[in-house]
Design a protein around this ligand. Structure first.
Ligand code: BG6
Length: 489
């Protein structure tokens, strides 16, 4: 009992993670319908340092976006053209030695408006080919069912996830793809960063600002979250029924909240902020709403409408693993002492004087990852999977075409070292897929200049470029990391 191990398990799943809406492009090809991502404009670079950028549009804003044909204002419509270039990109992942690759399926390729009785065969065939290409290259796919990709029709006509009917549409979609790809995909994830709905009602929940009754945004987002919990649990049930050996996990934006001082009320503030993450995993791992939410709901006037079977659906369909993204940590304080805010894409709070920050102001905290992994593992004793982590940074292409991204190597190295420490602490970790192994369109700002990749894509914020792929220095570094199973950092 006195042994501990500071190395990665033999079958550790190294790889990278992406989302359909940030890479595929081809937004109107192969029968695809419009999704909420296709109406998101790129941020004005002047607004970069103004904190969170998550849009909360009204129906009128969406109608204007649909009339706007200045297409390059909507970079997610074009992505990095992965739809046509995935073979070339997968060959590069193979060259790095990827064991796994996380994709998401665009719901709108399968059910263009979300409500059709029959799926779109062209969309299904596209993912068949993509999955076959991965398997042919010995890369195990991990598939997210919903990564901010709701059909726009469900948003505009149904009020997004506030409407209980959307559960049925989602389950039809989930069953279709689980059944179709059951022989090709073992690892599934239900909703990407399911806790993001609190900060991102439109992108995560398809909710438009003018659909919110009495401006009670919290009511709308928690009701939508409840519907996502039920939908997620039903997808778990379908996965266990349809996919032999299938493993299905929940996914949260992993954030650790430090108290600003040892003052007991700062500690309480940090503890309560931590619930913004834990609430979502508690429901999906333990199968019921945690007691601490009763008081929160009462004090904020939130009343969740449920149906008699809901409690049993949640309790009977627990996830097999917990997956998370991790980019940064944050600090909480009692209101009267709250200080300067840090930047981030979804959840953030105060600046931490002990940490440095990325080009976009996100606070870099590798040790926080070790602590957070321990917190999750102690709480649930379920396998964990880090399905996103990485550094969004400006890159420079030198005259000889090389890209010296030592800053990215440093960031990833420090985080992988802390993963090893967590494994030494006893955490069971299934794998690590760094975010955006190939440069892609930013989720929160729709920029290309915010790059995460080991592979550079020649494309700028205005949509100019040849789309040529180039290996960065980090490409060769990650290849060594994988070949040595995390020993050679
Ligand atoms: C996560 C999302 O929150 O962060 C990804 O799941 C996203 O979709 C990533 O791209 C990085 O955020 P951003 O805003 O820098 O693209």
């Amino acid at each position: 009992m006195n042994h501990f191990n500071l190395s990665f398990p033999k079958d550790f799943l190294w790889g990278g993670a992406t989302a359909a809406n940030q890479i595929e492009g081809a937004y109107n090809i192969g029968g695809k319908g419009l999704s909420v991502d296709d109406v998101l404009e790129r941020i004005n670079p002047k607004d970069r340092d103004k904190g969170l950028h998550l849009p909360f549009p009204s129906s009128t804003d969406i109608k204007e976006a649909l009339e706007n044909q200045e297409s390059r204002h909507f970079p997610k419509r074009y992505g990095i053209d992965f739809y046509h270039r995935y073979k070339e990109d997968i060959a590069l992942f193979k060259e790095m030695g990827f064991k796994t690759f996380r994709i998401s399926i665009a719901w709108t390729r399968i059910f263009p408006n979300g409500i059709e009785a029959e799926p779109n065969e062209a969309g299904l065939a596209f993912y068949d080919d993509l999955l076959d290409e991965l398997l042919y290259n010995d890369i195990q796919p991990i598939v997210t069912l919903s990564h901010y990709e709701m059909p726009l029709h469900l948003s505009m006509e149904y009020g997004g996830w506030t409407n209980r009917k959307v559960i049925d549409y989602f389950v039809r979609y989930a069953e279709t793809v689980l059944d179709r790809y059951k022989k090709k995909v073992k690892y599934w994830i239900t909703f990407n960063e399911i806790n993001s709905i609190l900060m991102s009602p439109f992108i995560s929940g398809g909710i438009l600002s003018d659909q919110v009754k009495d401006d009670h945004v919290l009511q709308a987002t928690y009701q939508a979250a409840h519907h996502q919990f039920i939908a997620s649990a039903l997808a778990v049930e379908a996965c266990h029924r349809l996919v032999p050996d299938g493993q299905i996990g929940c996914m949260v934006l992993g954030m650790i909240n430090y108290p600003n001082s040892p003052h007991p009320e700062d500690v309480l503030a940090a503890f309560q902020d931590q619930h913004k993450t834990f609430f979502f995993t508690d429901v999906q791992v333990r199968g019921h709403y945690p007691a601490y939410m009763n008081r929160f709901f009462a004090e904020h006037g939130v009343r969740i409408e449920t149906q008699p079977d809901d409690a049993a659906i949640l309790q009977n369909n627990l996830v097999d693993f917990v997956s998370l993204s991790y980019y940064m940590s944050t600090v909480a304080a009692r209101p009267e002492t709250a200080g300067e805010q840090a930047a981030g894409n979804i959840l953030t709070n105060m600046k931490n004087p002990y940490l440095s920050a990325s080009d976009w102001g996100w606070q870099i905290d590798p040790v926080g990852l070790r602590t957070l992994l321990n917190m999750f593992y102690e709480r649930y004793e379920k396998p964990l999977f880090i399905v996103e982590n990485g550094l969004g940074a400006f890159d420079k292409v030198e005259e000889d075409g090389r890209i010296h991204d030592q800053y990215r190597i440093n960031y990833l190295k420090q985080h992988i070292e802390q993963m090893k420490e967590a494994i030494g602490d006893g955490v069971e970790l299934l794998g690590y897929t760094s975010w955006g192994p190939i440069d892609l369109v930013s989720f929160s700002t729709s920029e290309m200049s915010k790059r995460y990749g080991f592979i550079h894509v020649d494309l700028d914020d205005e949509g100019n470029g040849t789309l040529k792929r180039r290996r960065k220095d980090s490409f060769y570094w990650y290849k060594k990391v994988i070949a040595s199973n995390g020993e050679n950092l």
